[in-house]
Design a protein around this ligand. Sequence first.
Ligand SMILES: Cc1cc2nc3c(=O)[nH]c(=O)nc-3n(C[C@H](O)[C@H](O)[C@H](O)COP(=O)(O)OP(=O)(O)OC[C@H]3O[C@@H](n4cnc5c(N)ncnc54)[C@H](O)[C@@H]3O)c2cc1C
Ligand SMILES: NC(=O)c1ccc[n+]([C@@H]2O[C@H](COP(=O)([O-])OP(=O)(O)OC[C@H]3O[C@@H](n4cnc5c(N)ncnc54)[C@H](OP(=O)(O)O)[C@@H]3O)[C@@H](O)[C@H]2O)c1
Ligand SMILES: Cc1cc2nc3c(=O)[nH]c(=O)nc-3n(C[C@H](O)[C@H](O)[C@H](O)COP(=O)(O)O)c2cc1C
Length: 583
Amino acid sequence: MKILQLLENAPYSETQRAWLGGFFSGMRSQLKQNAGAANATVAQTIHILYGSQTGNAESVANDAATAAKAHGLKPVVTSMDAIDSDALAAMDTLLIVTSTYGEGEMPDNAQMLWEAVSAESMPQLPNMKFSVLALGDTGYDLFCKAGIDWDNRLAELGATRIYDRVDCDVAFEAPAESWISSVIPQLDGRDAINRVSTMVVDTETAVPKSQYSRKNPFPAKLLVNRLLTAADSSKETRHYEISIAGSELSYEAGDALSIVPTNCPDLVAAIINAIGCTGDEIEPVNGESMSLSDALRTQFEIKLPSKELVQEIATRSGNQELNGLLSTGDKEALSNYLWGRDTLDLLLQNPLCEFAAAEFIALLKPLQHRAYSISSSGKMHADTVHLTVASVRYDSFDRQHKGVCSTFLADLVDAETEVRCFFTPNKVFRVPEDNSLPMIMVGPGTGVAPFRAFLQERLHRKATGKNWLFFGDRNAATDFIYRDELEAMQADGVLTRLDLAFSRDQAEKIYVQDKMREHGAELFAWLEQGGYFFVCGDAYHMAKDVDKALLDVIAEHGKLSEQQAIDYVNQLKKHKRYVRDVY
Ligand SMILES: Cc1cc2nc3c(=O)[nH]c(=O)nc-3n(C[C@H](O)[C@H](O)[C@H](O)COP(=O)(O)OP(=O)(O)OC[C@H]3O[C@@H](n4cnc5c(N)ncnc54)[C@H](O)[C@@H]3O)c2cc1C
Ligand SMILES: NC(=O)c1ccc[n+]([C@@H]2O[C@H](COP(=O)([O-])OP(=O)(O)OC[C@H]3O[C@@H](n4cnc5c(N)ncnc54)[C@H](OP(=O)(O)O)[C@@H]3O)[C@@H](O)[C@H]2O)c1
Ligand SMILES: Cc1cc2nc3c(=O)[nH]c(=O)nc-3n(C[C@H](O)[C@H](O)[C@H](O)COP(=O)(O)O)c2cc1C
């Protein structure tokens, strides 16, 4: 009814008001009737399943549900790890929204369901109607692979594709909205009047959200920027404290904070010079006119070149090596060629590549936020968010290269700078609700971040459960970050066990998984006591090796076969007792 009230209160003339009076009263009684009719009608259920690591797919799934409700449908949004293949087989109408992780892999919460659905024993699904929205990043070789796999598999099982799969790049919002607005009306079996009544009811019951979100990041201030690693370390890891005071935002231990960076002005200037522009060229960008210089600083990814830019540079320059790599389609060889080369390197190495400002901008991807696992507990630090960030700096092709966001925080932000940020909740990466259960945390390098938050949370809750941290980094003398805090927590008894693996302090590398194996009997005992197993940090090497070590420990100390150990781990995953925050 709110829409009607708003219309009624608008500044109409008396004549308009007289005519509208009749219209409003008719509409009101029509809506009442429709509300009754809608209650009498059984809304069609549609299932929306999401596979999501950091919440993007989950938020699109929720948007799809909102749209479905407005069309009189009954949406049921479910995480892929909350159902099994039998439940999936029973669904008539299924929308899948999934991201891709690792190297073309399913996100963690989708893995088990995917394994079950891809098994030969999976029954045919002739009665199912489906559509898939795939989220990904064209920067990865296997773009949207998880969504593609779901789409192919459901079709293979005889389900009917009601709308073609849409593959979204990092700027997923617009294509996702378009997919939702195309697919949902196809499922709407009701007439237009009933739709109106449902929309009015939704307006009245909508819960107001904070004004700050991914779409409207909070302009925060950086309060603390402290070097954690020693000055003579081979790494640079920093502790940041960001004020969220006045934002009305809150967070939980286990969430991430996403930061919207700006590019380094020196890199912007060097690129403008390399393409033969001045930087003052005015171009339309996202509905605004702005100088090329501002656009490159604030709107576009200018460090990692897009595939389109690489192709265009190859074509314009005639660079034989690059053209050769592009034409063979050998992704690995191309990725080896591009490793360590950023946009500026490509421009400098192909000096004939001059671009008009508009041409160049058209070849760039939008500048993306970067996520950081929060290293504080919101219960202990309601107004600040702590981050633990490794600054990406490396030399190649006779230049120092800097990661966009990690060095934006390290070098470019002062007390006046706005740090635009939003929370990326991770609902499964949480301290157990039961304060008496043990927690095992594996977090080498910056992977320790959420575990600092978890330990603060346990301290705040006065939790009695045991806590075990496996931490490691290159050298104890220079890279034992948060040493004082961790040792103090150990002395206080909050941190029951701390096992350390400093990889470069001896000839043979020692990693966290070696420590897990060394203490396998006790680790298994903690799991048997209902323990939770958390992993955070590098996805590509560490998390895979830790996964293998966990299986080995369970098999050896549980005296289980390989398959039984896999089943044991799957049970842990199913009950959210083995969860990861890996990147
Ligand atoms: C959920 C999540 C949580 C995260 N939590 C944390 C955290 O707590 N702490 C943290 O530090 N990071 C964290 N990250 C990673 C973080 O989001 C950024 O990816 C990281 O800071 C690098 O971003 P950047 O903008 O500085 O670098 P970018 O500008 O994105 O550059 C990184 C790229 O530079 C290139 N590169 C890097 N090193 C080299 C090298 N030696 N040689 C050649 N090329 C190289 C690679 O192409 C690499 O992809 C997290 C990521 C996710 C998804
Ligand atoms: N290039 C950069 O400058 C840079 C900077 C920051 C972050 N990053 C990236 O960001 C991510 C996180 O970085 P980080 O600082 O948290 O950690 P990290 O630097 O990748 O490593 C932390 C510790 O993990 C060890 N490690 C390496 N491979 C491992 C494996 N297979 N299993 C277990 N441990 C392993 C490292 O040992 P060794 O290194 O001795 O092998 C080091 O002791 C990584 O993906 C990293 O590549 C890169
Ligand atoms: C560590 C990591 C690995 C990724 N691997 C891929 C990939 O192989 N293919 C792809 O298309 N996208 C990949 N992506 C991009 C994600 O799919 C994309 O950011 C997506 O929007 C994340 O959605 P989510 O928050 O729902 O998980 C990767 C992202 C990260 C952080």
